[in-house]
Design a protein around this ligand. Structure first.
Ligand code: NAD
Length: 364
């Protein structure tokens, strides 16, 4: 397969982790006989320093002209400490999502058995959890009318959804459920909110087109509780922008560490793949960032954008093997970890590359 991938390292540890994500993509290409062509572009703080623009035109042109994007993170302490700065790294991220029409955020919450102890939730409740979130990205209170009245003493943010916004992400969720356990849980607040009643009605209509997929509805309050009480009862979770924002962060705790979770933002054209973590200024430059979320983002990219399921699964298995052998980065190590098996960013990347080569050889 011949594809063009743009690497968008961004700021802070974004550069360190995407280097390893790219190495894994290169290894997969050589092992499976694919031709991936790479380009690189700037975004965020670095782009502001170089051009004054967090998403330079040159970057946007490259993004619009590729098959998939592997992104790191944006952010810099300078902006975190001074909210008054007008030009900000995260504007690059929001503009990129808008310009590329990325309306669905996919976040797989897959728990690796070896990391069961890292979660705050009891292992017997967690074991076997495997959830795929679909969070809508273009509607809801984030984009509805907002303002203040009564001399600033009353504020409002309108929760708004349009039929087409619900339809297009619902199709994606049902299609994904067909490749998993055939179940979609749609989360809303239809007992109170009109926008949720539209959401629910549209999801039901779309659900009829997928009679082989079980559809259930849950209210956000109850879903938030069940996610912790019985995470194994979920397969695909479909929800709006605000509820999704909250639920996916809650669910990240199921997996135990930020450094392990990948995400995808997709629309009708190019897909963007990134770790859920930020630029982590506290560890930038120390070489200790966990690259596994970026490596798992590379696996998502191969699966979703290129349909290369075997290649994606090979990466996931290599990560599982590395963990099973007892190797960790500092963020996922605990008191029982053999100190000699705590690896830096580059060494963890090299270990995954080695595991990929071993597993492909074993299967020949
Ligand atoms: P963060 O995710 O960067 O870091 C939170 C904590 O987790 C830190 O202690 C960090 O060291 C640790 N951590 C995160 N990723 C890790 C990894 N791969 N390996 C080991 N440890 C890891 O969140 P934050 O500290 O709230 O934000 C830092 C900056 O990142 C801010 O400027 C923020 O705006 C930005 N940010 C960007 C994105 C994005 O680009 N998508 C997302 C969140 C935050």
């Amino acid at each position: 397969m011949k594809k063009k991938i743009v690497i968008l390292p961004g700021d802070g540890i974004g550069k360190e982790v995407t280097t390893e994500g790219k190495r894994v993509l290169e290894t997969i290409a050589s092992l499976f006989g694919h031709q991936f062509e790479y380009d690189e572009a700037t975004i965020g703080h670095d782009a502001i320093e170089a051009t004054g623009n967090p998403l330079p035109d040159e970057t946007l042109a490259k993004l619009k002209n590729c098959d998939a994007i592997l992104f790191g993170a944006v952010g810099h302490p300078k902006y975190d400490n001074d909210p008054s700065l007008k030009v900000r790294p995260e504007q690059g991220l929001l503009k990129m999502r808008k310009e590329l029409g990325l309306y669905a955020n996919l976040r797989p919450i897959k728990l690796f058995d070896e990391l069961l102890q890292a979660s705050a939730i009891k292992p017997e409740i967690l074991k076997g959890s495997d959830i795929l979130f679909f969070r809508e990205l273009t509607g809801d209170v984030y984009f509805g009318e907002k303002g203040r009245k009564d001399d600033g003493n009353t504020a409002y943010d309108v929760m708004i959804y349009q039929r087409y916004e619900v339809e297009r992400i619902a199709h994606k969720a049902f299609q994904a459920a067909r490749t998993r356990k055939n179940k979609v849980t749609s989360v809303d607040k239809a007992n109170v909110l009109e926008s949720s009643r539209l959401w629910r009605a549209v999801v039901q209509e779309i659900g009829k087109l997928y009679p082989d997929v079980e559809l259930e509805h849950q209210f956000i309050d109850s879903a938030a509780m069940k996610l912790i009480q019985n995470p194994r009862s979920f397969d695909v979770v479909l929800t709006g922008n605000l509820f999704g924002d909250i639920l996916t962060d809650e669910a990240s705790q199921i997996a135990g560490s930020m450094g392990m979770l990948a995400s995808a933002s997709v629309g009708d054209s190019v897909g963007l793949y990134e770790p859920i973590h930020g630029s982590a200024h506290d560890i930038t430059g120390k070489g200790i960032a966990n690259p596994l979320a970026s490596i798992l983002s590379a696996a998502l990219l191969l699966d979703i954008s290129f349909g290369l399921k075997e290649e994606a699964e090979t990466i996931i298995k290599a990560v599982e093997k590395a963990l099973a052998l007892g190797f960790r980065t500092a963020d996922i190590a605990d008191a029982e970890t053999d100190r000699a098996k705590i690896l830096n960013t580059q060494a963890m990347g090299s270990l995954i590359v080695d595991q990929l080569m071993v597993s492909v050889k074993e299967n020949q």
